[in-house]
Design a protein around this ligand. Sequence first.
Ligand SMILES: *Cc1c(COP(=O)(O)O)cnc(C)c1O
Length: 378
Amino acid sequence: MAFQFKLSAPIFGGNELIYTQEAISSGQLATSGSFIDKFERKLGRKLKTHQAVALNSGTSSLHLALVLLGVKAGDEVICQSFTFCASANPIIYLGATPIFVDSEKETWNMSPELLEDAIMHRIAHGKKPKAIIVVHLFGMPAKMQEIMEIAGRYNIPVLEDAAEAVGSTVNDRFCGTMGDIGVYSFNGNKIITSGGGGALIANDSSLVEKARYLSTQAREDLPYYQHLEIGYNYKMNNLAAAVGLAQLEQLDQWIDRRREVNAIYRELLGRIPGIVFQDEPEGVTSNYWLTTILIDDKVTGFTNDNLRVALMKNGIETRFLWKPLHMQPVFRNVQFFGGDISKSLFQKGICLPSSADLTYEDQEKIVGIVIKELAKTF
Ligand SMILES: *Cc1c(COP(=O)(O)O)cnc(C)c1O
C-alpha cells in the first residue's frame, strides 16, 4: 500500500545527484574511491577524535565489531532484548550464544541493574561474557554512564548499536563513541541513508585499521592476492558513499527537524490522558529518529493496534515498537534476564510518522485521526 505519510521517508535535498554523477563520471563505483574517503573523514570529524570505516550495512558492521572484540564460537555475548534482530544475529553468525537483558523504564534501553545481574550470574557459572551490545533505540541514548561503569568493573568491552542514533548525545558525547566500538546504519529509512550502508567507529585506530583490512577480504598489500586471515566483503561502495556524504552534510538540519516534529506531537497529543511520550533524561539529546508513544488502552479506550488500523485506512504508516528478542520464536531457547518492561513497551507502543519533511498541517491531520479514535470511545 502506498502511504501518504511514511514512517520515515528519505529526503534528497542536497548534493546527492551532483556527487553520484561525479562518482559515475570518474568511473569509481566500487569499494575504493574519493567519496568513501570523504565520507569516512567527515563522519570521523563529526564525532570528534573518532575514526570511521564505511561498510555496506549496519548488520555487517556489527558482525565485524564482534570479530574485532574476539568473539568466537562458544562465547557468550550479552545483548539488549528490546531491539531489531540485526543487533543479535551476528552473535549467531559467529557460533556464539546471546544472553538477553531487559530494558529500564526511562530510556527503554538496557537496564544497568539487570545487566549486572546477568554478568554476575554468568561469571558464577564460569562463563564470563565476551562483550555487551547496548542499543540506542529510536535515537534515545541508553544509560551509558552506568553501563560503562559496570562493564569497566568486570572488564567486558561494550559495543554500541547506534544504528538509529546517529547524532544523539549524552553530555555532548555522541552515541557510538562512548563504548569500545560503535556502529551506525545508513539503510533506507534511517535518519541519513546511503541507500544501504553502515559504519564502524572506534577511538582505538588499530581497531579501525583492522576493520578496514577484514572488510576487504583481508587482502595483504602485495602485487598478488595473498591472505593470512579469513576476511569479508563488507566495504561500502563509492556510489553509496557519494549519497551518504551528501546526506551527512544535512544531518544537523534533519535532527533539528525531527526534534521539532517530536515537539509538535507533544504539543498536540501530550495532554491526552493515556498517551505517554518517551522523555530525554538530564544531559541527553535524542535525534528523535522516530517519535514513539505508549497507549494505555484502559484510559484511552483504544489500543495501539486500533490506532495503527485507523491511521492505515487514512494512508498513514505507523509501526509497533520492536518485539523483544526474548519473545521471538527464533530465539526461544536464549537465556533472558528481566521482567515485563520491554514486553509491555511492545504491547503498548507505536511509532508515528516522523519524516523530517512533515509540515505542521500534516501532523495536525495525523493527530486528528488519533482524536477521532478517542471520540469513538465516549
Ligand atoms: C537498522 C538497524 C540495524 C541494522 O542495520 P542495517 O543497515 O539495516 O543492516 C541494526 N540495529 C538496529 C537497532 C537497527 O535499527
